[in-house]
Write a new protein. Structure first.
Length: 203
């Protein structure tokens, strides 16, 4: 969710839906999927408007995406609370701490997509916070209407550091079976407040 301070500093985001991302990337040969709140909505089988949309790609395929987007888009590196333009003649050596790329059509336009740079590749999913944690990419994703999404336990594993609210977790729990709950619990700190709720068996 974009804060008012971020909006004042960097500008607002356009409302975009997964179908818009699919249209943007139709014909693109690289790997991509949707993460964040949209992925949770797919698991819960309902859709809500969100302040932005997270497209996830392997970091190693950034050059491929840049070639696909061409001059139609401005790309900005998001790192350590700052933004820096990634100009057409720049190499893919990004500022330290760059976790995502923001896209917009011009300086006068709204931001449209955030592209998260993932350590995964086209075959293997890797957890950004501990790349020793892996699984086949096909096991990490689900598909709806031809669009791939991160499974809810993966979204929650990233969100856990920011969300200590157990009520927030309870909304997503129905989408997690016992195996998914156990996997998520293994990603949490020993004192994380979600652990007790995850220990309850799936209904």
């Amino acid at each position: 969710m974009q804060s008012e301070e971020q909006r004042e500093l960097y500008g607002a985001w356009a409302e975009r839906w997964p179908a818009d991302a699919a249209e943007l990337l139709e014909g693109y040969s690289g790997a991509w999927w949707i993460g964040g709140g949209w992925a949770v909505d797919v698991a819960l089988e309902h859709a809500r408007p969100h302040s932005d949309i997270d497209i996830v790609i392997p970091r190693s395929e950034l050059s491929l995406l840049r070639g696909w987007l061409g001059s139609r888009w401005q790309l900005w590196c998001a790192f350590q609370g700052a933004l820096k333009p990634l100009l057409p003649h720049d190499s893919d050596v990004l500022p330290i701490g760059t976790s995502s790329i923001w896209l917009r059509s011009s300086a006068y336009a709204l931001w449209e997509y955030e592209v998260l740079l993932d350590p995964s590749d086209g075959e293997t999913w890797r957890f950004r916070r501990d790349t020793a944690v892996t699984m086949p990419l096909s096991d990490a994703l689900t598909e709806q209407a031809g669009i791939r999404y991160a499974k809810p336990q993966i979204v929650l594993a990233y969100a856990a550091a920011e969300h200590a609210d157990v009520a927030w977790l309870d909304e997503v729990l129905p989408a997690l079976d016992d195996e998914a709950r156990a996997w998520l619990a293994d990603r949490l700190a020993d004192d994380h407040p979600w652990r007790k709720r995850l220990a309850a068996p799936a209904s």
